[in-house]
Design a protein around this ligand. Structure first.
Ligand code: SF4
Length: 466
């Protein structure tokens, strides 16, 4: 058999019916992750057709997008403030009960952002196909899974059949070599990659992140990288599983155990791209030259090193419109720009090592007057771990707002929003117009840069505080 890529191996193993010129492939789905926002219509489809969920044992439900992060609304007697959010939460409770699905409800100790809890539980495993009604399902590709977001209608299809109609994407090797310098993180790496290939550069492809830099990343860092694959337009992003992957998974509640563990690891080892396999496209990145990055516009590809100025694109009306929205001008330096809100969290950077990085900067320091620093852990488990490690105490002593887990200000569906015209330094993954609130201006950065900027009250270089 000819040399094959990681993506090709996982795709082929799940192809129930191969695609033809006229028809897409039928792809079997191993794990369907669901949440309260993109499922109500899909459950209605099932009810209308009189169908059950075909594989409840391969379906996992949590609440994250619209759940409150204020402790009194989660664990106290204060009702959920937003009616729409309360309705979505109640609907998922009813739907999960009616269809016999496992649900991590509001007060469940395992609840959290869908892309954080599944790896945390060991439910996401190498070689799987994983889907969810959320774009950033690409996160799970960090484990060597083929993972991608689907629409509400497709959520209904997976409920009913445990399969999806899909055209096979092409493969794209992102080769990253060299050592990241101190203060340069996985977030800066993926922002640099998106800046290099553009927000449409990955369209039609599954990216495979490869090379010595990727091999040296922790699983948390690999998840940060894969999470933003969709921001380069890619269908998914993947990293071949290795000893770092296996060490992360071993002993987690839903990972194989005993003899099954050894069998699984030997299968997982065979997933790596074969020597000599050919990709449809590729790019080479020198990680040793990268800097901390910051976005200046309204998509993640509008990004520069922290010390750089905003470029000019004469005659580009879309570019000019983005700068008008942000209140910026070509030639402006990014360092020193004012900050109103800082958000540390999301499925990109809401994991324990992200909070550890923020705590490292914030320890013994104070948030600048007038700046609101909101820190939201990716899961309740991460919240407990951050409290046990002393990070939460550091955050509170610095003047930060420490909350319950959820998507929160990543998209503001739960009421955690940024006011119009205000500048938000955010560790999330999207800086689209209005993403964090109507008129809000979002700048994407790493947790280190976010924490340093919260202390300075302006965009600051974290390397000065390390
Ligand atoms: S944190 Fe943001 S990107 Fe991630 S699942 Fe929630 S809304 Fe989507």
């Amino acid at each position: 058999m000819s040399a094959r890529t990681l993506f090709d191996k996982v795709w082929t193993a799940h192809e129930v019916v191969a695609e033809t010129a006229d028809t897409p492939a039928v792809l079997y789905i191993d794990l369907h992750l669901i949440h309260e926002v993109t499922t109500p219509q899909a459950f209605s489809m099932l009810r209308a057709a009189g169908l059950p969920v075909r594989r409840p044992d391969r379906t996992l439900a949590t609440m994250d997008h619209s759940t409150p992060t204020q402790p009194e609304q989660v664990f106290g007697n204060v009702p959920i403030k937003l009616d729409a959010a309360a309705k979505q939460v109640r609907q998922l409770e009813t739907n999960a009960a009616d269809f016999g699905l496992e649900l991590f409800g509001m007060r469940d100790a395992r609840r959290g952002i869908v892309h954080v809890i599944s790896p945390e539980l060991g439910a996401t495993q190498p070689g799987m196909t994983v889907v969810c009604g959320d774009s950033h399902t690409s996160t799970h590709g960090a484990f060597g899974a083929l993972a991608f977001g689907i629409g509400t209608t497709e959520v209904g299809h997976v409920f009913a059949t445990q399969a999806l109609l899909q055209r096979k994407p092409k493969s794209f090797a992102v080769n990253v070599e060299g050592k990241l310098r101190p203060g340069v993180t996985a977030k800066d790496l993926i922002l640099s990659i998106i800046g290099r290939i553009g927000v449409s550069g990955g369209t039609g492809y599954v990216l495979e992140y490869r090379g010595s830099t990727i091999r040296a990343l922790s699983m948390d860092e690999r998840m940060t990288v894969c999470n933003m694959s969709i921001e380069a337009g890619a269908r998914a992003g993947m990293i071949a599983p290795d000893d770092i992957t296996f060490a992360y998974l071993q002993g987690r509640p839903r990972a194989p155990a005993g003899a099954a563990w050894d069998i699984a690891v030997s299968q997982w080892r065979s997933l790596a791209t074969d020597e000599g396999a050919v990709f449809d496209a590729s790019v080479d990145i020198d990680a040793s030259q990268l800097e901390p990055m910051v976005t200046y516009g309204t998509n993640p590809g509008m990004v520069v090193p922290l010390g750089a100025s905003i470029p000019a694109h004469a005659g580009d009306e879309v570019f000019d419109k983005a700068l008008r929205y942000m209140g910026f001008h070509s030639g402006d330096a990014m360092l020193g720009k004012p900050v109103n809100t800082v958000f540390i969290g999301s499925c990109t950077n809401g994991r324990l090592t992200d909070l550890q990085a923020a705590a490292h900067i914030l320890k013994g320091r104070k948030v600048a007057p007038g700046v609101h620093l909101l820190i939201v852990p990716g899961s309740q488990q991460i919240k407990r771990d951050a409290e046990a490690a002393g990070y939460a105490d550091i955050f509170k002593a610095a003047g930060a707002d420490w909350r319950e887990s959820g998507c929160s200000m990543c998209l503001g569906m739960n009421g955690d929003t940024v006011a119009a015209g205000m500048y938000s330094i955010s560790t999330s993954n999207r800086n689209f117009e209005g993403r964090q609130g109507v008129g809000a201006r979002t700048l994407l950065v790493s947790p280190l840069t976010a924490a340093a900027s919260a202390v300075a009250g302006r965009i600051a270089d974290p390397r000065e505080l390390l």
